[in-house]
Ligand binder design. Structure first.
Ligand SMILES: NC(=O)c1ccc[n+]([C@@H]2O[C@H](COP(=O)([O-])OP(=O)(O)OC[C@H]3O[C@@H](n4cnc5c(N)ncnc54)[C@H](OP(=O)(O)O)[C@@H]3O)[C@@H](O)[C@H]2O)c1
Length: 278
């Protein structure tokens, strides 16, 4: 059985990713090489919302797609370590595709906003990757954002992101960001007043560091980050100009197709993006 897990699959981009994964899987190289059905685990912190999404998806998907793809809802709160560990033990044999999509964008900017945002958008992605097994030859797609490119930081902070090599280097940056926002010194220390964007810089840097770590360990799991574009979801409050399906295009491309992406890269609009010199 081929399996994929999408966090935050109950609405927004995650819903669009589940639908597009289902629609594209049957004609993907992965399907052709295995001829197995795909099971998509739709992660939702509220199971009933996940079940509603599943019903809606099943009514949208064509019957020939549903012959080759099934959707199963799984409880998943990515800021709950217990929830992640429980799901990890249910999916003990691992998944072929892990898409870390769940994320938040809070209003305002203070120590609490920085802390909650970094926790959900950054540390939760690490917790997922540490506790959800991805099979040998599998893929991880982390949903980042173009807001996370290295601009509008002071030179010192930007250089440290650029030069971060290990996950610890990136963790240190994310911790420092929370500290400087909490004590009010963020501006003078070269940080920007944007928790969401900074957390996504962290996701991009973490993905790069993780790819290096996997390479050193000889671990055959491909990891990449990407921006879906500006998508019309609750997060963008009706301002996003892309449909869910358009937003899902790059994430699903990276999850299913052979497009020559290199481990650790950051992609947007179906190509590698220069995170350091946007
Ligand atoms: N929309 C855009 O233009 C855009 C652009 C760049 C990047 N992104 C990224 O794309 C991803 C999805 O964004 P979206 O626009 O679809 O946002 P959204 O409409 O607000 O949906 C967010 C999804 O994440 C889930 N979620 C949030 N916190 C969670 C948690 N602790 N545990 C489990 N699920 C959680 C939500 O679940 P509930 O329903 O339970 O709240 C919901 O399913 C995010 O990572 C976002 O940063 C979006």
């Amino acid at each position: 059985m081929v399996t994929a897990l999408v966090s935050g699959g109950n609405r927004g981009l995650g819903y669009g990713i589940v639908r597009r994964l289902a629609n594209e899987y049957p004609s993907s190289p992965l399907s052709k090489s295995t001829s197995d059905k795909l099971t998509i685990y739709l992660g939702s912190r509220d199971v009933s919302k996940g079940e509603d999404a599943k019903k809606s998806l099943q009514s949208e998907l064509a019957s020939d797609i549903l012959d080759k793809v099934s959707i199963e809802v799984r409880q998943l709160d990515t800021t709950s370590h217990d929830s992640i560990v429980k799901l990890g033990s249910e999916l003990q044999s691992g998944v072929d595709i892990l898409i870390n999509n769940a994320g938040i964008a809070m209003d305002g900017f203070d120590g609490n906003v920085a802390k909650q945002t970094v926790r959900t958008n950054y540390y939760a992605v690490q917790d997922m990757i540490q506790n959800i097994k991805v099979k040998d030859g599998g893929r991880i797609v982390n949903i980042a954002s173009l807001t996370g490119v290295l601009k509008n930081f002071g030179d010192n902070v930007r250089d440290r992101f650029r030069e971060s090599k290990s996950i610890k280097d990136v963790d240190d940056l994310m911790q420092e960001f929370q500290d400087v926002v909490a004590d009010g010194s963020w501006k003078e220390k070269g940080w920007k007043g944007a928790a969401y964007a900074t957390s996504k810089s962290g996701v991009i840097a973490y993905t790069r560091a993780l790819a290096k770590e996997y390479e050193q360990q000889g671990k055959n799991v491909f990891v990449v980050s990407c921006c879906p574009g500006y998508v019309n979801t609750d997060m963008t409050k009706g301002k996003g100009y892309k449909t869910l399906d358009q937003g899902a295009e790059t994430p699903v491309l990276l999850a299913l197709q052979e497009v020559g992406a290199k481990p650790g890269e950051f992609w947007s609009e179906k190509k590698a993006n220069d995170w350091e010199n946007p």
